[in-house]
Design a protein around this ligand. Structure first.
Ligand code: AMP
Length: 287
């Protein structure tokens, strides 16, 4: 496996791959890899990308001033080994100065869909995400790029951006990989104390309960949001950030009746210093 830190070296490597007629599958990450990331790499392999490229870059631009950029977990040696085992052909690990050299001044903003959910709680977050992913797409020019539905709003933002800016990439999405007790696997789960770890599956349990209510015929967005809020508030170690019900993939806030179509039920909550997010997509049939 090649490990590359410079854009120019990565471009040389990819040019060689393309000259051999290989299709590039790309898995961008912030590292501290776990089974969720590995599932995306496996998808890339099984989709027939003949060259799988992963990147590890903790992108300072997508963290707010009081967020966990400095504390974000990092373990490059372990990550390299996991990538090697996953059959990754090349790993791109650029230093911050390589991505944002002195004088960097160009940003990508996706309007509208970034104003709800995490976009509202984390101002500037998706500007950072869209900017870095646009840069990576331009550097890598992947045939396929893989993202996880755990970050559903990120998926919607990247798909919108790829379409709006005509990136010739096919965005592929993997369902959320979960621990046995339902907790969405996340690099940030290491922040949880043993007690918080025990309590954290309340997020998915609460989403599932709301999903079941939809299955039983609940269509009132307000009542669903109340169900979500109450589920989190019942757990003493949790602090609710948001509970929202939006249409998918355009992320319009639903105030009255949900559906018909796909609806995203989304939660964010703090457990100590860990801010965890999760969501489920439900299909609401025409009545
Ligand atoms: P991150 O390193 O957290 O930025 O994540 C890199 C990619 O892995 C993103 O596309 C995430 O949505 C995806 N990902 C992270 N956790 C999971 C998970 N539990 N299941 C599926 N995909 C995930």
């Amino acid at each position: 496996m090649e490990v590359l830190g410079k854009v120019a070296d990565l471009r040389d490597f990819l040019a060689k791959m393309r000259a051999q007629g290989k299709r590039i599958g790309f898995v961008p990450t912030m590292g501290f890899l776990h089974v969720g990331h590995l599932a995306l790499m496996r998808d890339a392999r099984s989709d027939g990308a003949d060259c799988v490229l992963a990147s590890i870059f903790v992108n300072p631009l997508q963290f707010g001033p009081r967020e966990d950029y400095r504390d974000y977990p990092r373990d490059l040696d372990r990550d390299k080994e996991l990538c090697r085992q996953a059959g990754v052909d090349a790993l791109f690990v650029p230093p911050v100065e390589e991505m944002y050299p002195q004088g960097f001044a160009t940003y990508v903003e996706v309007a509208g869909i970034t104003e709800v959910l995490c976009g509202r709680s984390r101002p500037g977050h998706f500007k950072g995400v869209a900017t870095v992913v646009a840069k990576l797409f331009n550097i890598v020019r992947p045939d396929y790029a893989y993202f996880g539905l755990k970050d559903a709003q990120q998926v919607a933002v990247i798909q919108r951006m790829a379409q709006d800016l005509n990136f010739p990439v096919e965005v592929r999405v993997h369902p959320t990989v979960r621990e046995k007790d339902g907790l969405a696997v996340s690099s940030r789960n290491v922040y949880l104390s043993p007690e918080e770890r025990k309590a954290a599956p309340v997020i998915y349990r609460t989403l599932e309960r709301a999903g079941e209510a939809v299955e039983r015929g609940e269509r009132d967005a307000g009542r669903l949001i109340k169900l979500l809020e109450e589920g989190i508030r019942a757990e003493r170690s949790a602090r609710l950030d948001y509970a929202e019900v939006v249409s998918w993939p355009d992320l319009s806030i639903i105030t009255k009746k949900i559906g018909p179509g796909r609806v995203l039920l989304a939660l964010a909550a703090y457990f100590g210093k860990a801010r965890l997010i999760d969501n489920i997509l439900v299909d609401v049939e025409v009545e």
